[in-house]
Design a protein. Structure first.
Length: 412
């Protein structure tokens, strides 16, 4: 369900977490200019705990198999409503360590990992309101670490989208690098990734999600990004955009490979029509705006991939939000400019790359540490870890309430 500008879990999940706050651990934040992204882990109290405080299997003969079992929760808040985020953290006592690492030093119990510009901007606010110290993690480091982890650890994380068809990709871990990571937040960063912790920000553009929301708010009076995105779904950009066919009497410009339906000028028809903004449907304005920004990002991304001979372009960031029209527009732009040689690839957990990287940066306790030991999908509670193979820890897509259930099992 959704509250006032805040996404929360179902009521039964809230009750369960509130009744066992000491089982919640590993809170991390990515505080951006538009959105705050949050990841935290809650362990499953159904698993027995041995004398040393480790969760262990119920199965006889499995003393060597200890588990950390639970859920990874993904949340988001509007940055302008940061007090909602603070209230949520306080209500669940998320800033107090618990779960499997209760041995954390006392002086570390109110220190949480945070990335993004807001980790600096709002550091004093977190200290004042919650007595939390933000341990700042470098933003680009976090983005790359989060993307690399998700691409390696999560089955069916990456997919292509064209003409309404989604195709999941099998990522070869030995042939992942190099690739171009395009993170579309308020602005856009384009990062050439050559390995774990090896990257270079090669380009970017100020025309991103903040542009879409900012112009959309001014032009349509929408109150939120999601409202604007939904509005665009109902619109027709051809009412406002000038097409090649509008210039050439409905004909293609085949000599240079432009179809009659290609956009010659975004918002171009507004020049020749004697109309005010009130004369246009907000739906059409939103659609044209989304098309303009998505096309631009797709084109610039491909041109940067071309600079470095990169065939893989992964798009992340909360601008996309799994929106079909956005993905299709970006994919068409990449396909057009590359003449079909490159494909746009999208990520299921697109908006949580940075916060996942921050989450993994907890020394000897983060998800990266768990992966180095043994991380497997959820097993029946009577079974132990079968073989030493890492499988996807994240099960399913984000739910409407903003959380995702996963199993994180540590097999020693």
């Amino acid at each position: 369900m959704e509250g006032d500008g805040i996404q929360v879990e179902r009521r039964d999940e809230i009750a369960a977490l509130n009744s066992s706050a000491d089982e919640v651990s590993h809170l991390a934040l990515d505080i951006g200019g538009t959105l705050i992204k949050m990841v935290y882990f809650s362990s499953d109290s159904d698993w027995p705990v041995d004398d040393e405080g480790k969760r262990s299997s119920k199965e006889k003969g499995s003393k060597n198999c200890n588990f950390v079992n639970g859920r990874l929760h993904f949340m988001k808040f509007e940055t302008r409503k940061i007090n909602d985020c603070l209230q949520f953290i306080s209500s669940k006592q998320l800033h107090h360590y618990g779960g499997w690492h209760t041995e954390a030093p006392v002086d570390c119990k109110n220190i949480i990992k945070a990335t993004g510009g807001g980790a600096f901007k709002f550091a004093d606010l977190f200290k004042e309101k919650l007595e939390i110290s933000l341990d700042k993690v470098e933003e680009m480091d976090s983005l790359v670490a989060g993307a690399n982890f998700l691409l390696k650890a999560v089955d069916r994380e990456a997919f292509t989208y064209m003409d309404g068809e989604k195709e999941y990709l099998q990522i070869d871990h030995n042939d992942l690098y190099p690739y171009l990571l395009v993170n579309i937040g308020s602005g856009v960063s384009m990062i050439k990734v050559d390995g774990d912790g090896v990257y270079e920000r090669v380009s970017g553009t100020s025309i991103g999600g903040g542009t879409f929301w900012g112009l959309g708010k001014l032009l349509t009076k929408c109150k939120s990004f999601d409202e604007l995105l939904e509005l665009s779904h109902q619109g027709n950009n051809r009412v406002i955009d000038m097409l090649v066919g509008d210039i050439y009497g409905g004909m293609d410009y085949s000599k240079i490979g432009l179809s009659s339906t290609a956009i010659a000028s975004s918002f171009g028809k507004a020049i020749s029509e004697n109309k005010e903004i009130e004369d246009y449907r907000p739906e059409d304005v939103a659609r044209s705006l989304l098309r303009m920004i998505s096309n631009n990002i797709g084109q610039i991304s491909y041109l940067n991939a071309l600079r470095f001979g990169l065939k893989r372009i992964f798009f992340g960031g909360f601008f996309i939000r799994g929106h079909a029209y956005t993905m299709d527009t970006i994919a068409v732009a990449v396909n057009f400019w590359s003449k079909g040689e490159a494909k746009a690839m999208f990520l299921r957990h697109e908006g949580f790359l940075g916060v996942m990287g921050a989450f993994m940066s907890y020394p000897n306790n983060g998800l990266d540490h768990l992966m180095s030991k043994q991380l497997v999908e959820q097993l029946p509670k009577s079974a132990c870890c079968p073989k030493h193979e890492a499988r996807s820890p994240l099960l399913g897509d984000l739910t409407e309430n903003g959380s995702i259930e996963c199993s994180v099992q540590l097999c020693l």
